[in-house]
Design a protein around this ligand. Structure first.
Ligand code: PSU
Ligand code: MN
Length: 300
C-alpha cells in the first residue's frame, strides 16, 4: 500500500520501539472544534509521557498518512468536507486525492500496513438498534474479524445494540478482553449487564494473550474494553434518555448510513448539556494510558 509514515514513527518501528495508532474520524466527525483538536493533542501527549510514539492516521490529499504534526491534526479538526473513511471508502478517497478521516476500520487497515500493533480509540462501532431491518452494522466489526491490530476502547458505543454487537463479534471470532472487569463497559458508563470473554488485570496479561493469539496464527483483531473511570462515568438513566431521544430524532429526520453515528454523538452531547462530551474526552484519555502501557509490554 502506498502510505506515508512520518520519520519519527518509522524510526520507532524500525527500532522496535512502542507505537500507538490513533484515528481521525473522532477528530473530524466525532467532536466539535476546538475540543476535537485539544483532545487529539492531549491524547498524543499522554502517550508520549510513557515514552511511546503516537501515530495519528488519516488520508491527506489521497495519501494514507501515519504520524501527524500539530498543523495536520488542526487541519483534520477544522477543514470542511473531510470524508469519513472505512474500508469501502479507502480506494476512492485515495484515487480522488481527497482528505479522509479514518474510522476504526480504516485506521486498522493502515496501522497494520505500517506495522503498528496497538490502536487507541474511544468506542468502536457495532450493530445498531433496529439492525434487523436497517442492516446497519459498522464496518469496524468486519475489520476486527480480519485485521491483526489490538484495539483499546471503552466498549462499543452505548447508542448501539450491545447484545447483537457481542453476538456478531462472537460469530467473527473476536475476543473481547475486559480490563480489570468481567462486565462489558458501555462507553459512557462502566456497566452494560453483558459479560466480556476474558478479564485481564494488567497490560502484561493482555500482551501475553495477544502473543498467544499470534502463536496460534489466529488472524484478526482483539478488542480491549477499558471502562471509563467512575468519576467521569455518566448516569445510566440520563444516558438512556438522551440516547432514546437522539435515536428518535434521527429516525424522524431520516438520518442513516455513515451520518448516523456522528449525528447521535452530537445530539447526545447537546441533550446532556455537554456532559457526554466530557465523558468522551476522559474515556479516550484513559484508553491512551492503557494503550501506551500495552504497546510497551508488547515490545518487551
Ligand atoms: N470513538 C469515539 N468517537 C467516534 C468514533 C469512535 O469516541 O466518533 C468513531 C470511530 O471512527 C468509529 C466510528 O469507527 O465512530 C463508527 O462509525 P460507524 O458507526 O458509522 O461505523
Ligand atoms: Mn453504519
Amino acid at each position: 500500500m502506498l502510505i506515508h509514515v512520518s520519520d519519527e514513527v518509522q524510526e520507532a518501528l524500525d527500532n522496535h520501539q512502542p507505537v500507538v495508532a490513533l484515528e481521525t474520524t473522532i477528530i473530524s466527525h466525532g467532536m466539535p472544534y476546538p475540543t476535537n483538536v485539544e483532545t487529539a493533542l492531549k491524547v498524543e501527549e499522554t502517550i508520549r509521557s510513557f515514552g511511546v510514539v503516537p501515530a495519528t492516521i488519516g488520508i491527506i490529499d489521497g495519501i494514507p498518512t501515519v504520524g501527524m504534526n500539530k498543523e495536520q491534526i488542526e487541519e483534520f479538526g477544522t477543514r470542511k468536507g473531510i470524508k469519513k473513511v472505512s474500508r469501502r471508502d479507502l480506494a476512492s478517497v485515495c484515487a480522488n486525492k481527497q482528505w479522509g478521516a479514518t474510522t476504526v476500520s480504516g485506521t486498522m487497515i493502515i496501522a497494520k500496513e505500517a506495522g503498528i500493533k496497538v490502536f487507541v480509540t474511544g468506542g468502536i462501532g457495532g450493530v445498531h438498534r433496529g439492525a434487523e431491518t436497517t442492516m446497519d452494522i459498522s464496518a469496524d466489526l468486519e475489520e476486527l474479524a480480519q485485521t491483526n491490530v489490538a484495539v483499546v476502547c471503552a466498549g462499543p458505543k452505548a447508542i448501539l445494540d450491545l447484545g447483537l454487537t457481542l453476538e456478531y463479534l462472537e460469530t467473527k471470532g473476536v475476543t473481547i478482553v475486559g480490563y480489570q472487569t468481567n462486565e462489558l463497559p458501555a462507553f459512557y458508563t462502566r456497566e452494560s449487564g453483558y459479560p466480556v470473554d476474558v478479564k485481564c488485570d494488567s497490560p502484561k496479561e493482555i500482551a501475553d494473550l495477544i502473543k498467544m493469539k499470534n502463536e496460534l496464527h489466529l488472524e484478526g483483531g482483539m478488542l480491549i474494553a477499558n471502562p471509563i473511570p467512575q468519576e467521569y462515568a455518566m448516569n445510566k438513566l440520563v444516558m438512556d434518555y438522551a440516547i432514546d431521544q437522539a435515536i428518535e430524532e434521527a429516525n424522524e429526520k431520516g438520518i442513516k448510513g455513515k451520518d448516523l453515528t456522528p449525528f447521535l454523538l452530537s445530539r447526545i452531547s447537546d441533550i446532556t448539556g455537554g456532559e457526554s462530551l466530557e465523558s468522551n474526552i476522559h474515556l479516550i484519555m484513559n484508553n491512551a494510558v492503557l494503550g501506551a502501557q500495552l504497546a510497551l509490554e508488547l515490545e518487551k
